[in-house]
Structures are given as structure tokens and as C-alpha cells.
Design a protein around this ligand. Structure first.
Ligand code: DX5
Ligand code: ZN
Length: 216
């Protein structure tokens, strides 16, 4: 079963608790939280105090996507705040092996994300340590961008690599996911879909989530 992770980035920030309860009631599997530092990406969002406050209003697992230049220093604060999965960007991690071990030692699931221009080879040596790989299908920084079609081939190659090594690793895809692109990335091997505008921009959130799952 495909998992759907609505991205809070497209929610109304004046009503975060309500916006989370809305997607929880609509059948979301995870809540995707985009952390942007204004350095690695040209945008700013929120940090551990906001996540800690939101942890009290929902049971949804927190899928925290760290788009920050210094992930190593931020692992502990985000774990303390209530993250369940921590995703760091390969482009920010010269000591990726150590970073992954730090995340796992803190008791949460570890994932690495790749920008559209970043090769799968950057994670080949650490793949067996990962719980999930996040393939960016837009350049990170903003919601509502257009899906980059070249991502499909990358997802297929990653799926083959995972199968050839007999690993159990989720492939999450983030950026420009809608009813149409959802089908192509699932066919390519994705297991978790992030969707911001396709969920929060929809008039009927329950239907939007079912559409992404391929149930309607
Ligand atoms: C982009 C973020 C995404 C974003 C996706 O940098 O990582 O999670 O919220 O938004 P949509 O689904 O609208 O492309
Ligand atoms: Zn994201």
C-alpha cells in the first residue's frame, strides 16, 4: 500500500493544528515537515519549537525533511522535538556515514535526500544503512513547482539497486506530485508520496489523498 505524506508547507500557517487534524482525519499516513534554513535553500520555514508544539496535537508520524546546511548539529533538537524519520540532504553531508549513524543512534529512522542533479552514486555505499531514500522531483525550496520528468528514470534505477541488494528501503518522492505524476512514480517504484499543494490546495482533502493512492 502506497503511503501518503501531506506536506505542511502548503497548509495555512495561521491554523497549523487544524490543518494537521484535517489530513489525519482524511487518511494521511505521515506528516511531511519541510525545514528550510535560508542557506541550503532560498526559503525559511520553522524549527524544533514548532515541531514540539505540533507533536501534541497529532498521532501522525513526523517525516522531517531537513533542507539545512548543518544537519549534524540539528539532529538532536529535532529528535527531542518528536521527529520519527529524519531526512538529510546528500549535498549537505560530506560525512554522510557518520551523520546516518548519529540519526540511527538517536532512535529515529534515517533517510537521505537527493536533489534532481545529484547522482544515486552518492548514496550507494551507505544504502544498506538507510530506512528510506527521498528523491526530489523538484529543486527544493518551494511548494507548487512542476514535476521534473527525469526523476522517473532515477526512481526506477534506485528501485533496481534496492532489489538487487535485497534491501527493504522506502523510496519517497517529493515535489510536483499530483494524481497523474503519482501513478508514474509509483509504477517506477516509489512507496511514499509527499504532496503539498495537491492535498492542501484541494477542495476535498479525503478525495485528494485517495486520488494520490490510486483509489479513485
Ligand atoms: C519542496 C518541499 C516539498 C514541498 C512539495 O522543497 O520539499 O515537500 O512541500 O510541495 P508540492 O507537493 O506542492 O510540490
Ligand atoms: Zn519536502
Amino acid at each position: 500500500m502506497i503511503k501518503i505524506a501531506p506536506s505542511l508547507l502548503s497548509a495555512n500557517f495561521a491554523y497549523l493544528a487544524d490543518e494537521i487534524k484535517k489530513v489525519e482525519a482524511a487518511g494521511a499516513d505521515l506528516l511531511h515537515l519541510d525545514i528550510m534554513d535560508g542557506h541550503f535553500v532560498p526559503n525559511l520555514t520553522f524549527g524544533p519549537p514548532v515541531i514540539a508544539a505540533l507533536r501534541k496535537v497529532t498521532k501522525l508520524p513526523f517525516d522531517v525533511h531537513l533542507m539545512v546546511t548543518n544537519p549534524q548539529e540539528l539532529i538532536e533538537p529535532f529528535v527531542q522535538a518528536g521527529a520519527d524519520i529524519l531526512t538529510v540532504h546528500a549535498e549537505t553531508a560530506p560525512h554522510m556515514h557518520r551523520l546516518i549513524q548519529t540519526i540511527k543512534a538517536s532512535g529515529v529512522r534515517a533517510a537521505v535526500s537527493l536533489n534532481p542533479a545529484t547522482s544515486l552514486t552518492t548514496i550507494e555505499e551507505v544504502l544498506s544503512d538507510l530506512d528510506m531514500v527521498l528523491i526530489m522531483s523538484v529543486n527544493p525550496g518551494f511548494g507548487g513547482q512542476q514535476f521534473i520528468p527525469e526523476s522517473i528514470n532515477k526512481i526506477k534505477r534506485l528501485r533496481q539497486l534496492i532489489e538487487s541488494r535485497n534491501l527493504k528501503i522506502d523510496i519517497e518522492v517529493d515535489g510536483g506530485i499530483n494524481k497523474t505524476t503519482a501513478r508514474t512514480v509509483v509504477d517506477a517504484g516509489a512507496t511514499i508520496l509527499v504532496a503539498g499543494s495537491a492535498v492542501y490546495g484541494a477542495p476535498d482533502v479525503t478525495k485528494a489523498i485517495q486520488d494520490l493512492r490510486g483509489l479513485s
